[in-house]
Design a protein around this ligand. Structure first.
Ligand SMILES: [Zn+2]
Length: 189
């Protein structure tokens, strides 16, 4: 068959009954029980021979032209690393335990901070009250005396003590009423 005949055969195309068989034959996927019949037909049919030759040439050209898909050089190493990482992934239970430990540490740290704040508040409050009482202790009796507020028969110190006691009662009642709304420390701090 010369080139002209081949062109004609290609132009006519393969026999419709054999077209898929020929494609499978060129791809080496033709079922073995079909192969003898296709080979028999090829022996007599120039069109199908031309078509098969063209398919084979096309395959060869594609194989030579297209870059073969290649794995990157370190693919195996990276795959092994990922598999190892997956195997190291902590199970759910130990992940939960770790999260719980973290949570407890956070709560403890927070608790310490709150304790310290309460201590500082109490210290500040005590200092203010103590300072006020000391100041009162030293000046109040003299103030009472200077303003003629000391009743007859009472010493200035005794009068001051009574006034102080009355002040404590009033303040105590005030705090008792407040306690429903919140602690003294919170109202101060
Ligand atoms: Zn044919």
């Amino acid at each position: 068959m010369n080139t002209n005949d081949t062109d004609i055969a290609l132009a006519l195309g393969p026999c419709a009954d054999y077209e898929f068989d020929l494609v499978e034959l060129s791809e080496r996927t033709l079922a073995p029980d079909r192969a003898p019949r296709v080979q028999q037909h090829l022996a007599h049919c120039a069109r199908c021979r031309a078509y098969l030759a063209e398919l084979s040439a096309l395959d060869a050209a594609l194989a030579a032209t297209l870059p073969a898909p290649q794995l990157q050089a370190d693919f195996d190493a990276r795959l092994a690393q990922r598999i190892a990482a997956l195997q190291r992934t902590p199970d759910r239970a130990s992940a939960m335990a770790a999260a719980e430990r973290e949570h407890e540490q956070l709560l403890r740290a927070l608790g310490r901070e709150l304790d310290w704040r309460a201590v500082l508040n109490a210290t500040a409050l005590g200092t203010v009250i103590g300072g006020a009482l000391l100041a009162l202790n030293s000046i109040a009796p003299r103030l009472l005396q200077a303003n003629d507020l000391v009743p007859a028969g009472f010493s200035a110190a005794a009068t001051y003590s009574l006034v102080l006691a009355a002040a404590f009662v009033v303040t105590g009642l005030g705090f008792a009423r407040r306690s429903a709304g919140g602690s003294l420390l919170r109202s101060v701090g």
